[in-house]
Design a protein around this ligand. Structure first.
Ligand SMILES: C[S@@+](CC[C@H](N)C(=O)[O-])C[C@H]1O[C@@H](n2cnc3c(N)ncnc32)[C@H](O)[C@@H]1O
Length: 279
């Protein structure tokens, strides 16, 4: 990972990212990390911590931005919400529709293929009770103000945003020695990443041989400020010393889908949870 020497245009960067995500979908569907078969067999719902934060969602309409192949989206359908997932990868959206059918949730789930920047138009101007966004979403978006504008327009009065995301401080740190090597604040030029494999399967080097993907970091203040700029109210901001995937290869897995710093290292924030609402 590092600054792209000849940074591509945002459109070219997004096209490269989309091709990479198309290739990642089949790898993720078969990975132990996502454990799709276990999720189907056990009928698992949303993560307990997230369900406790959002409360009873029965009958609510939820949109999941950057829904990938829909596992988290469909978990909310199991909890009683009517769900819509949006992702720019056609392969991911096809996989999400198939998963909905296999899980017997197709009548409560809709999946739309579009970039987040076009979410409001792609969803026909619909508004929702909950906008849900989870780990590994914002770093793929060039501008946080454009994302916040979409979130703001998708929320109906009383609607809530749930965001659990990689902490931008942790994105800025090198994988091995945690020195600051990547931008903390949003920059127009993306950083480049060419690791082979994915966070869900680092051995998938044939399917994902390390083509370059592009990301943009957004500081915590920029994320909060962009949401406040949409007239949303900040209800919760919690920085965590844990995350749900091996952000650094040497993180320690503790169970309950959590990875933490080893005890001999100074803790840095690894993820954060933010709740906001349209009053
Ligand atoms: C890390 S995954 C999200 C994972 C999700 N939290 C989960 O565990 O299922 C990121 C997703 O963002 C999607 N994505 C990336 N850039 C996007 C964009 N500009 N518009 C819409 N989707 C995008 C990718 O296709 C991918 O499915």
């Amino acid at each position: 990972m590092g600054r792209a020497p000849d940074a591509p245009s945002a459109d070219d960067a997004l096209a490269a990212n989309r091709a990479w995500w198309d290739a990642a979908v089949p790898v993720h569907l078969g990975s132990d990390f996502y454990d799709v078969e276990g999720w189907l067999e056990e009928g698992r719902g949303p993560k307990p911590r997230e369900a406790a934060l959002l409360g009873d969602v029965t009958g609510l309409e939820l949109v999941h931005l950057q829904c990938h192949f829909g596992k988290d989206t469909l978990s909310w359908a199991r909890a009683g919400a009517g769900v819509t997932g949006l992702d720019f990868s056609p392969t991911a959206v096809d996989a999400a529709r198939s998963l909905a059918a296999r899980a017997g949730l197709a009548d409560r789930a809709d999946f739309v293929c579009a970039p987040v920047a076009d979410a409001v138009d792609a969803l026909g101007g619909r508004t929702f009770d909950i906008v849900y966004v989870s780990l590994g979403a914002l770093c793929w978006l060039p501008r946080i103000d454009q994302w916040a504008a979409q979130v703001g327009a998708l929320l109906r009065p009383g609607g809530r945003l749930f965001l659990h995301e990689v902490h931008p401080m942790s994105t800025a740190l090198a994988d091995d020695d945690l020195t600051v090597v990547y931008p903390y604040f949003e920059e127009s030029a993306p950083y480049a990443d060419s690791q082979a494999g994915t966070y869900a399967d680092t051995t998938a080097t044939e399917a994902l041989p390390g083509e370059v993907t592009y990301g943009w970091n957004h500081s915590l203040g920029e994320i909060v400020g962009a949401l406040l700029g949409q007239g949303l109210r900040l209800d919760l901001l919690d920085e965590h010393d844990w995350t749900s995937f091996p952000r650094y290869p040497w993180l320690v897995e503790t169970g309950e889908e959590r990875f933490v710093m080893p005890e001999d290292r100074v803790r840095v924030p690894l993820s954060f949870t933010l709740l906001a609402s349209r009053t």
